[in-house]
Ligand binder design. Structure first.
Ligand SMILES: *Cc1c(COP(=O)(O)O)cnc(C)c1O
Length: 408
């Protein structure tokens, strides 16, 4: 696992990168590594060099790369039937929905594909619920969201983003959102009026730089929502399914939201699967024809998601994330790096904030890559460490040794 830090991109890698850059839209700025193979916490590039994946596809790989049980479930389903459409029933959908509602302590679920689609679905449900159950005047529903949120990239979702780059050039935007500072429950309270139907919140803001809100924030939002008859919608696409050391990050404050939005690891690293999970009162607003998705709830997606959830529960991945996360966080804090302003996080969702005078986080990510640790900056100054939850202590030690070389 030694590597030289000289010119590392081979002609094959260079050729593949060139193809992507030439024929692909430039909406990403990837590190110059071409991954060919993955297993568990490890990936290999086209030269066979090995890397520890500390990004996990932004938490879509909680179960690790190519988990054999999930691969087997996918293979089995692929040989039976993969697509039916929701015009017909299939054998996998019902069991997945039951499993999801039980896992969340809810009553109904609605499957979609991407995270953004599930967020959109939750917003539609909340608006319709507001009109039908709260008697909000038509086209007046408002939803409270938070500064520095990340909920996806559709036009409606970026309409309430506070990141200028996510919005620049994409207007006109969707009305009906009020944005208040994250962590400030009093500001959320002040933003509530008779048209407010819901609060949409990330229990920890991942993309914003792993921002853990002040203790009590989620509980106060829960109380506010109950008092004012609002839906508390928890976007647990990144924080849910074990990432922060509990099945859902809301559990750290003992909070049960009205709506869970799930995605990423629900697909077990194999397939895009997302879902909105809630009560009959909320998801019951949808009538046949109101909403849909060609691929949502397809039997391949459902078979994969069922096994992805089985693996999370049976391999005790939330507990694993709590234990390994504490170990990793402790190790990172002990590095005593002159470049680090703060190490923060919960479970295996960890952010290292680099001091501005040390330069952008990206240059550290490039050097970590040279050392065999793959991670990615989020915004300018934060490196996110979020390895698959199957990571073991020796592998964290391996990573810490290399992180220490780069940061100290
Ligand atoms: C990734 C993410 C989304 C969007 O999911 P996509 O599958 O990329 O559409 C939404 N919310 C949060 C919190 C996320 O991390």
């Amino acid at each position: 696992m030694q590597r030289s830090s000289g010119s590392r991109v081979s002609s094959l890698a260079a050729e593949l990168i060139d193809l992507a850059e030439t024929y692909g839209a430039h909406n990403y700025h990837p590190l110059p590594v071409v991954i060919e193979r993955g297993r568990g916490v490890w990936v290999w590039d086209v030269e066979g060099r090995q890397y520890l994946d500390c990004l996990s596809c932004y938490s879509a790989l909680n179960q690790g790369h190519c988990h054999p049980r999930i691969a087997e479930a996918a293979r089995r389903q692929m040989e039976k039937v993969t697509l039916t459409s929701r015009a017909f029933h299939n054998t996998e959908l019902g069991p997945l929905l039951k499993q999801l509602t039980e896992l969340c302590g809810m009553e109904m679920a609605l499957p979609m594909n991407s995270g953004a689609e599930a967020v959109e679905t939750a917003l539609k449900a909340a608006r319709k619920w507001g009109y039908q159950s709260k008697g909000v005047e038509e086209d007046r529903a408002e939803i409270i969201t938070f500064e520095n949120n990340f909920h996806g990239r559709t036009i409606t979702i970026i309409s309430f983003s506070t990141e200028p780059q996510y919005r620049q050039g994409f207007g006109p935007f969707t009305p009906g959102f009020r944005v208040v500072p994250y962590g400030d429950a009093a500001a959320a309270r002040r933003a509530v009026d008779r048209n407010t139907v819901a609060i949409l919140v990330e229990p920890i803001q991942g993309e914003a730089g792993v921002i853990v809100p002040p203790e009590g924030f989620l509980r106060e939002l829960r109380e506010l929502s109950t008092e004012k008859n609002l839906l508390l919608i928890a976007d647990e696409i990144q924080t849910g399914l074990g990432r922060t050391g509990t099945m859902f990050a809301c559990e750290h404050e003992g909070v049960r939201p009205d709506v869970y939005v799930l995605g990423k690891a629900l697909g077990g690293g194999f397939y895009p699967v997302s879902a909105v999970v809630s009560s009959r009162a909320v998801l019951g607003v949808f009538q046949p024809g109101d909403h849909g998705s060609t691929f949502g709830g397809n039997p391949l997606a459902c078979a994969i998601a069922r096994e992805a959830l089985n693996v999370l529960v049976e391999e005790k991945l939330p507990e694993q994330a709590a234990e390994m996360g504490a170990y990793f966080l402790d190790g990172l804090r002990k590095l005593n790096s002159p470049h680090v302003r703060e190490v923060r996080g919960r479970g295996l969702l960890i952010g290292i904030e680099i001091r501005p005078e040390s330069g952008p986080a990206r240059s550290f990510c490039e050097r970590l890559m040279e050392q065999g640790v793959l991670c990615k900056e989020t915004h300018q100054q934060v490196i996110r460490f979020a390895p698959p939850l199957v990571i073991r202590r020796e592998e964290i030690d391996w990573a810490l040794e290399r992180i220490a070389r780069v940061l100290t």
